[in-house]
Design a protein around this ligand. Sequence first.
Ligand SMILES: Nc1ncnc2c1ncn2[C@@H]1O[C@H](COP(=O)(O)OP(=O)(O)OP(=O)(O)O)[C@@H](O)[C@H]1O
Ligand SMILES: [Mg+2]
Length: 260
Amino acid sequence: MGKYFEINNLVLDFKTIDGDFRALNIDHLDIDNGESFGIVGESGAGKTVLALTILGLLPPTAVRIRSGEILLEGTDLLKLGKKELMNIRGKKIAMIFQDPMSSLNPVFTIGRQMEDVIRCHRKISRANARAEAIKAIETVRLPDAESCLGKYPHQLSGGQRQRIVIALALSCKADFLIADEPTRNLDVTIQAGILKLIDELRKELGITVLYISNNFSLASVVCSRIAVLRKGSIVECGAREEIIGHPQDEYTKLLLKVGE
Ligand SMILES: Nc1ncnc2c1ncn2[C@@H]1O[C@H](COP(=O)(O)OP(=O)(O)OP(=O)(O)O)[C@@H](O)[C@H]1O
Ligand SMILES: [Mg+2]
């Protein structure tokens, strides 16, 4: 039996006017079912590019995948067609994007957006979708779910908005959650609450989490294992305590120092 999630020999180039730019070169990475795995690297290391590659969201006109496989429960995501990928996104893999402020549409109420997302993936009535949306809001510990549905994104705080984004991501029962710096634009006090929520939901719902950050202290709150990404390659990977307590690679040491 293979791993829940696995990347092997992935090499990805961006096509640019100056020629190819190697954005990813990952020999191997694997994640267990139910694990919370972290990828840490500085800005520009390729973290978001990796997340978008897993989801098949990079335009084929912009990138060239030279080699590799991305296996989710044995299925190579790189070999899937558009329709199959659409099915996997949301239903199987959900993503929380880097900027919670831009993940929600400002002109629609939270209720409308949640119902639309739920109905996009499942054939259910608007009334049932509303009931599901209320359940999802309760799951992310927001009080008064009913009144939340009637609000517009700007009527919520940054932390509340990010909870809604998490509720949206999980409303279609995906079991692999990719969280790309989910707390980047939030106050430090709010960050801790969101990370705690992600970890609680992982245990409660039995989902697997790929958590992406440029910050070791944030990653160590939620991740049991961490891989360090530098210029698209993994320079070091291991248990959280090992990476943070006894880093082997010079780059990891430097990153840890900067974060102190
Ligand atoms: N469409 C594109 N064309 C060419 N290069 C790109 C494109 N998108 C991203 N890149 C390059 O790929 C590299 C990785 O970018 P990426 O957005 O994955 O970084 P990141 O690790 O997520 O950084 P951050 O912490 O700032 O979010 C960068 O050098 C970036 O300039
Ligand atoms: Mg990024």
